[in-house]
Each structure stands twice: as structure tokens, then as C-alpha cells.
Design a protein around this ligand. Structure first.
Ligand SMILES: Cc1ncc(COP(=O)(O)O)c(C=O)c1O
Length: 394
């Protein structure tokens, strides 16, 4: 075995989907069925998902959460000059979609310890132009929804929840999505459940949901399954120009079985997270992101830590390069969006505007966390982390 092979074998990936025989059999069934794009399996997956997380809600399967966020914002008919408040500690598509829909992104800071959007700062950032808020349920823990919703309702401002990390998350005993105006979930391969790529919108408004469903597929009145299946008719009518954001049955085939396994996946994630917490409690130089203090069920999508840079001779980027070199894969969730090139240039965002977001953005990274992570590998992650913290100590 070459040195390179040996290194490869030893590398602990940051994430890895858990795909079983049931998922594979369902995909094969789909491939053999003669219908592989949006159809009966997507309809079943939508039904199963809403049964699990929002029986009263409308469910719309899409080909990514990014597409779901785009449709959600489009359904608000934003006008030039409208403002949408969100967090800077998120994946760029949360914010990019605001810009793409012609509105102005406004950032509220996050809580320094939980990295959830600071609801009081959202209140400070509200103006007469605010049309919506997009809170992100960061890392699988929920945002403090009750005060946020109360404030938004009082002002007639929409709430679109970025629930990309929140499949199985609960807030005050209620699943995320179960009572949301709009919540958008992601099934990207690193997420708690996957469809390869994919997303799901849960929405409490029938008309808005019907519009998003239409915009998901060219803005026409009927999807392909209804036009080509037995008893269907091939005619269609364009109601408004739309997109090609539909989920394939091949993807839904995976989702149907991933959903059934989700609570077990999340149970294992929670155990791994608890183990990280207890191992890292007394380790100098690193601070895990904390779960919020209000009642919740954490889906543990990510285990994010922050480096105490004041104790170290290297910055975060150098530190994670060393971790990778030692065979530990890590993620970055997330470098602050307001400091990305486009946002600095277009809107003049600078350092100093969001102190907690910036402090965290410089220090954070995510450790491997997935149901297939063995105890041995998790122990190696912790040992390597400790070794490098000692090696780089100031
Ligand atoms: C917070 C957040 N929002 C949105 C997305 C977009 O999800 P997708 O990759 O399904 O488009 C992601 C993906 O990582 C995310 O982490």
C-alpha cells in the first residue's frame, strides 16, 4: 500500500450519508417503473414528510433548499427597496435569494454562544420597508421563534424559516415546520437526511403553497405526472413564468426511507454530540457552540466549535489546514456572508457592524458528525484536536 493510500484510509471525513438497502431498493424500483421524474414517489414523500412534521401543512418537494427559499421569497412579491432581515452566519443562498428577488438584505447579529439570530437585534433592524425575516435554525437547534413571530405578526412582516439544518428539530415541543408560515428543509448529502440533492417546503397557506407549487414547475397549471399518466390530459396553461425546481422520483425514493430512519439518525447524532461536549469541556483553546436555553429538541446537524485565538499562535485557517493534514475532515459553518466580496462591494458592509457574527466567523469550524462515525474515529478527532491545540499554544 502506498503512503497516499494509507493516508486516504486514515482520513476521517467531515460527513458521510448513511444509505441502506431500503433506499437502494426503492431507487431501483423507481428506475424500473418507467417513471423517474416527479410523480407518485414524490407525492408519497411529500405526504410522509408532512405527516411527520406538519399534518396541517402543505408540503412542496423541490430540488434543493436554495430553490425552496427562492420560491418562498418570490411568493411574497417583493418590490425594489423592500428589506429582508436575516443572519450573516448562514450558507450564502439564504442571502443570495433576497438579492435575486430584488430586495435588500439586512443583517441582524447572532447570539455569541448559540449563533442563533438575536431577536432583539432583529427588532432594532426593522424599518417600514421590512417585508420578511429569514431566521436560520443554526446547526439543528431552533431559533427563539415565539418572540420573533409575535414581533413579525404585529408588523405584518413575513417569516420564512431556513430549516435546512432542522429536520427533526423541535421548539417548545413543536416540530419546526409544523406551525410555520413557511419553513424550508434541505436534503443535501451532508444533512441529517438526504435525497442526493433536494428540499421540502412546509407552508400554512394554501394559496401561497399553490403558487410555489406552480412556480416549481415553469409556472404551468399541471405537472408532467398529471399530464402523462392514465386519465391525465396533456394540455397545460402558463399562469406565470416559473422555474425547473421539481424533485425527481429517484430522489424522493431515497427520501421516503431516509425519513423513516431520521429519528434514529438524530438519536445517534445527539449521542455523538454529547460525547464531544463532555470530552471538550475541560480542553483549553476550544469552545463548542452552546445549545439554546429555551425548551427544544436539537437535531445536531452540526457540531461547531470556536478557537480561542488569544491562546494560539495560528489563525483558524492554519489550524484547520493542520487538522486536515492529520486526517481529520472539517467544515466551515459559516464564514460571515456580509463580509463576502459581493456583499462588501454592493452594500458597503464592513467589519464592526455585527460583532458577534464576526467574532465567531473568524474562529469557528465544524467537527465530523454523522451516524456512521465510529467511537474510535471520534476519539481520534478529539485527540488530534488536543494535540494541535498544544502544538500551537502561544
Ligand atoms: C443554512 C442553509 N440554508 C440553505 C442551504 C441550501 O441548501 P441546499 O444545498 O439544499 O440548496 C444550506 C445548505 O447547506 C444551509 O446550510
Amino acid at each position: 500500500m502506498s503512503v497516499q493510500d494509507d493516508k486516504k484510509r486514515d482520513f476521517i471525513p467531515f460527513c458521510r450519508p448513511t444509505i441502506g438497502d431500503d433506499e437502494i431498493a426503492e431507487v431501483v424500483d423507481c428506475l424500473k417503473s418507467g417513471w423517474i421524474t416527479t410523480g407518485p414517489k414524490t407525492a408519497r414523500f411529500e405526504q410522509d414528510f408532512k405527516d411527520a412534521f406538519g399534518p396541517e401543512q402543505e408540503a412542496i418537494a423541490v430540488n434543493s433548499a436554495t430553490a425552496g427559499l427562492h420560491l418562498s421569497l418570490l411568493s411574497l412579491d417583493l418590490q425594489q427597496g423592500d428589506e429582508v432581515i436575516t443572519t450573516s452566519i448562514t450558507w450564502p443562498s439564504t442571502v443570495n435569494n433576497i438579492v435575486i428577488c430584488g430586495a435588500r438584505p439586512v443583517f441582524a447579529d447572532v447570539d455569541k454562544d448559540t449563533l442563533q439570530i438575536d431577536v432583539e437585534d432583529v427588532a432594532r433592524k426593522m424599518t417600514s420597508r421590512t417585508r420578511a425575516v429569514i431566521p436560520v435554525h443554526f446547526a439543528g437547534a431552533p431559533v427563539d421563534l415565539d418572540p420573533l413571530r409575535q414581533m413579525c405578526e404585529a408588523r405584518g412582516v413575513g417569516v420564512i424559516e431556513d430549516a435546512a439544518h432542522a429536520a427533526g428539530t423541535a421548539y417548545q415541543g413543536r416540530f419546526i415546520g409544523s406551525d410555520s408560515q413557511v419553513a424550508v428543509f434541505s436534503f443535501h448529502p451532508i444533512k441529517n437526511m438526504t435525497t442526493g440533492e433536494g428540499g421540502m417546503i412546509l407552508c400554512n397557506n394554501r394559496e401561497q403553497a399553490a403558487r410555489m407549487r406552480r412556480l416549481r414547475f415553469h409556472g404551468i397549471s399541471r405537472d408532467a405526472w398529471k399530464r402523462y399518466s392514465k386519465g391525465g390530459s396533456p394540455q397545460y396553461e402558463v399562469i406565470e413564468p416559473g422555474f425547473k425546481y421539481n424533485m425527481l422520483d429517484m430522489q424522493a425514493a431515497l427520501g421516503i426511507h431516509q425519513l423513516r430512519r431520521l429519528s434514529e439518525f438524530n438519536r445517534v447524532r445527539a449521542k455523538l454530540a454529547q460525547d464531544y461536549m463532555s470530552h471538550l469541556e475541560d480542553v483549553e483553546g476550544v469552545m463548542p457552540v452552546m445549545p439554546p436555553s429555551y425548551p427544544h429538541e436539537h437535531a445536531w446537524h452540526l457540531f461547531v466549535v470556536r478557537l480561542e485565538l488569544e491562546r494560539l499562535r495560528v489563525d483558524r485557517d492554519e489550524f484547520i489546514a493542520q487538522l486536515q493534514e492529520e486526517g481529520v475532515g472539517v467544515g466551515l459553518h459559516f464564514p460571515a456572508v456580509h463580509l463576502q466580496k459581493f456583499y462588501r462591494k454592493q452594500y458597503g458592509f464592513t467589519r464592526g457592524q455585527l460583532p458577534n457574527s464576526e467574532w465567531n466567523s473568524d474562529r469557528l469550524f465544524s467537527l465530523p458528525l454523522y451516524p456512521g462515525l465510529s467511537k474510535v474515529d471520534q476519539a481520534r478527532v478529539v485527540e488530534t484536536l488536543e494535540k494541535l491545540l498544544k502544538r500551537n499554544k502561544r
